[in-house]
Design a protein. Structure first.
Length: 253
């Protein structure tokens, strides 16, 4: 698979949709975890009013559900039809509060200035053209609207030889021995190493792109792992070296 192999990337996520759904359910099984994610989102988008939000790269709809529970109207977008099908079947919400759309993150079928907020979680690193996606999100953001990116430096440790490279390799091997299957991290690394975001320092790269697009009031939170999973936890060990972050910015009025 190459960085230009969009059909291959779609196939990858279609095939992983079921496992990804189960993994996401485990991650959000505790109300305390769900509430921490809601708090994290509220810090970026506010809590005072109902907003029209685009959840781009929605996957199985985990963020979509949280945003709906927070009282917002949500349009959920993903390039994987299987992911969208899972999201439709697992979201128990009023039909008027959520809609679904299969589309590429950098080619969205919405008019200019359509959304109060654009949210993406664990998406940008997967994109062939991440800069193009951010330009597209700026286009559909309303004046005064907000973009929120939740992501991490997922695979750059292979390039830098950060100690996380060896830890993750050991975890992938143990998972394969225990289950007889490759872990999701191991599967994704097959194409992620050649993607643009595996070769840049983030969130510095994101800040640069957002600044070039004219976003203001750019804020970065580099403490996602500690805030969601605590100081010491299995999840923090799992995500060792990913350095997750939330970055938000506002489109000028």
């Amino acid at each position: 698979m190459t960085t230009n192999d969009q059909p291959g990337i779609i196939k990858h996520w279609d095939e992983r949709a079921s496992d990804y759904l189960q993994s996401s359910r485990r991650d959000f099984a505790r109300n305390s975890t769900t509430n921490r994610w809601k708090d994290l989102l509220s810090r970026s988008i506010g809590t005072s009013e109902s907003l029209h939000i685009l959840d781009v790269g929605c996957g199985p709809g985990i963020m979509t559900r949280l945003l709906l529970e927070m009282g917002h109207r949500v349009t959920a977008v993903d390039i994987s039809r299987q992911m969208l099908d899972n999201a439709r079947h697992t979201l128990i919400t009023p039909a008027t509060a959520v809609s679904f759309c299969c589309a590429e993150a950098s080619r969205l079928p919405f008019p200019d200035n359509s959304f109060d907020v654009v949210v993406s979680r664990y998406l940008v690193w997967t994109l062939i053209d991440p800069a193009g996606a951010l330009r597209e999100w700026q286009r559909i953001n309303k004046p005064g609207g907000i973009v929120v990116i939740i992501d991490g430096n997922w695979f750059c440790y292979h390039r830098t030889r950060h100690p996380a490279h060896w830890w993750t390799s050991c975890m992938n091997l143990l998972y394969r021995i225990w289950t007889g299957h490759r872990s999701g991290n191991d599967l994704a690394a097959g194409y992620a190493l050649d993607l643009p975001c595996s070769h840049v320092s983030r969130p510095r790269w994101d800040i640069g792109i957002m600044s070039d697009l004219g976003y203001i009031d750019i804020c970065v939170n580099r403490s996602v792992e500690r805030q969601i999973w605590g100081i010491v936890s299995a999840k923090r060990l799992k995500y060792l070296g990913s350095h997750q972050f939330v970055i938000s910015g506002r489109k000028p009025e």
